[in-house]
Ligand binder design. Structure first.
Ligand SMILES: [Zn+2]
Ligand SMILES: [Zn+2]
Length: 266
């Protein structure tokens, strides 16, 4: 009888411990998708395919996300051309170009296999960033930080534009002044997403000599589809507070999907 009581108390303590360990308010992972990796902290490469006007902002974003205890983002030479902005397995390619007056300021496109992220691209649309409205450090920081944040597995913290800013780039806003960098909840959420370890790597370790090697890394999936055009983004799965679609998913078959996160120009 005594033994049963002791076991129950331990059970309750263990359960409470789990509840305390889970951050109560950081819940903006998106589907739990994450880079597979066998150790933390892991290094995620950001391919630099941006113009010189963007270099300092890419640098700021890489430094900001590297403050996380579970990952580091490092800038590497780009492996694509900005207009094409083709994805590279195992890392993120970041591109800037005048992509045209197609409505979007920035997008992040993230390829998924099962629950794992396998590659990603981020695009900054200079058609808008060359205008007076968006050619500001605050807009450049917010959009770069947010789109790279999506490639880590983070969702938005908020999708209303005119409520008070949450002091994070993962918050939609009409006034980016105080939303240029991640906040503590973003780092907590990353810790939650990457609390476990995987048996395989989908992230390209900077030491393993390039894409194509690596145990357990899936082959490139999906055909070469032109992802500049919203009609190629698949099904809209969510709308922001203005009624614009903020997240799309296109099923590529075989358990593989590409998600597209969008920041629309106002
Ligand atoms: Zn995993
Ligand atoms: Zn977004």
């Amino acid at each position: 009888m005594k033994r049963i009581v002791v076991v129950s108390v331990i059970g309750i303590l263990a359960f409470s411990g789990l509840l305390v360990a889970a951050p109560a308010y950081a819940d903006h992972s998106w589907g739990g998708y994450h880079w597979a990796r066998t150790a933390n902290p892991f290094t995620l490469e950001l391919g630099d395919n941006v113009s010189s006007a963007w270099d300092s902002y890419l640098g700021t974003t890489a430094s900001d996300w590297s403050l996380s205890t579970v990952l580091d983002t490092v800038i590497k030479v780009g492996k694509t051309k900005p207009r094409l902005c083709k994805a590279t397995t195992g890392r993120v390619e970041v591109c800037s170009e005048r992509y045209g007056a197609n409505g979007w300021l920035g997008v992040a496109q993230v390829w998924i296999s099962g629950t794992h992220i396998i590659k990603s691209i981020v695009k900054m649309n200079d058609t808008y960033f060359n205008t007076q409205t968006y050619n500001t450090p605050a807009w450049r920081n917010l959009v770069m930080c947010q789109e790279v944040g999506h490639t880590l597995g983070l969702d938005h913290q908020d999708e209303a534009f005119d409520n008070p800013n949450l002091s994070t780039c993962m918050d939609y806003t009409s006034d980016p002044s105080t939303n240029q960098h991640p906040n503590v909840h973003d780092y907590e959420e990353l810790e939650a997403i990457y609390a476990h370890l995987d048996d395989t790597n989908t992230v390209l370790a900077s030491t393993d000599g390039g894409a194509g090697g690596g145990k357990g890394r899936p082959a490139d999936v999906g055909k070469d589809i032109n992802l500049d055009d919203p009609s190629a983004w698949g099904r809209a799965v969510r709308q922001d507070a203005r009624g614009n679609n903020s997240l799309y998913v296109r099923d590529l078959g075989g358990g593989e999907k590409v998600f597209t996160f969008v920041i629309w120009a106002d």
